[in-house]
Design a protein around this ligand. Structure first.
Ligand code: DGL
Length: 277
């Protein structure tokens, strides 16, 4: 057994969908969450900048002695693969982004091999999903669309099925994918699962939606179980230590939106300059 925490990082608050899933699937685990709220969004930045920021996040989590790391950021996951991340970790330990778990689920669920991906501009530009899908299902077709307007809509709570503005924006983004008759859609940004019901409604026909954090956390659970690394101590677990690079003023309300519950942990503001670049 191993009672060290699991580290989760994101450009900001989207990674809270991974925290939500961890709380569901691994309720006894403690979590250290790093949200780079002072420098987000990452999705409009260059590959090199995103990698530099991700390195800092991983180093920060390592200082907190985590036993595993989830890159709960769609953008980071497309530019920093698991192999490159292991170099930064400096040791062999469980690490997962969201691209591979989401792709494995999508390939397994897609009946006709027509897979759509919505994500940030940087994530779509990377071509990571196309490569990942072809490695598993060479005959499958991947159709991507960058959706830069969705992150601010989600962060402003505009997620309900009756939200006319988000519906309009989603219709614009999903129309080209619907024309391609996708049968599966990867929600390739960790903010997007909050739009799950609205996306379903806008699509209006039977498309399997893939929440990447559900796949990533399920795979992590399998890995930790196999390696005997679950927290089986009697300390109760389930605590989250949040570290944010911007002032945490509105964070409680964002947590309520993403986790549908309380933060249940300490929220600390950290100075990004104090982490080695
Ligand atoms: N959660 C990030 C992602 O999944 C949000 C987008 C951003 O920082 O641009 O890509």
């Amino acid at each position: 057994m191993n009672n060290k925490p699991i580290g989760v990082f994101d450009s900001g608050v989207g990674g809270l969908t991974a925290v939500r899933e961890l709380k569901k699937l691994l309720p006894d685990e403690n979590i250290v969450y790093f949200g780079d709220t002072g420098r987000n969004p990452y999705g409009t930045r260059s590959k090199n900048t995103i990698i530099k920021y991700a390195k800092q996040a991983v180093r920060f989590l390592m200082k907190h002695d985590v036993k595993a790391v989830i890159a709960a950021c769609g953008t980071v996951s497309t530019v920093l693969d698991e192999k490159a991340a292991l170099d930064i970790l400096g040791k062999d330990m469980p690490y997962t982004g969201i691209v591979l778990p989401a792709t494995r689920t999508a390939c397994a669920m897609s009946a006709g091999g027509r897979i759509g991906v919505i994500a940030t501009t940087a994530a779509i530009r990377s071509g990571a999903y196309g490569r990942a899908v072809r490695a598993i299902s060479p005959s499958a077709k991947v159709f991507g669309n960058a959706c830069p307007l969705l992150v601010p809509l989600v962060e402003n709570g505009m997620i309900g099925v009756d939200n006319k503005i988000s519906r309009l924006v989603l219709e614009m983004y999903l129309r080209p994918l619907m024309k391609e008759e996708i049968d599966t859609l990867i929600l390739g940004c960790t903010h997007f699962p909050l739009l799950y019901d609205l996306i379903n409604d806008v699509l209006g026909y039977d498309v399997t939606l893939i929440d990447p954090c559900v796949s990533a956390v399920a795979e992590l659970k399998t890995g930790l179980t196999k390696q005997g690394m679950l927290n089986e101590s009697a300390d109760g677990g389930g605590r989250v230590n949040y570290f944010l690079t911007d002032s945490p003023e509105n964070f409680e309300s964002v947590v309520a939106l993403f986790l549908r519950g309380e933060a249940n942990g300490k929220i600390t503001h950290i100075d990004i300059e104090s982490i080695d670049a």
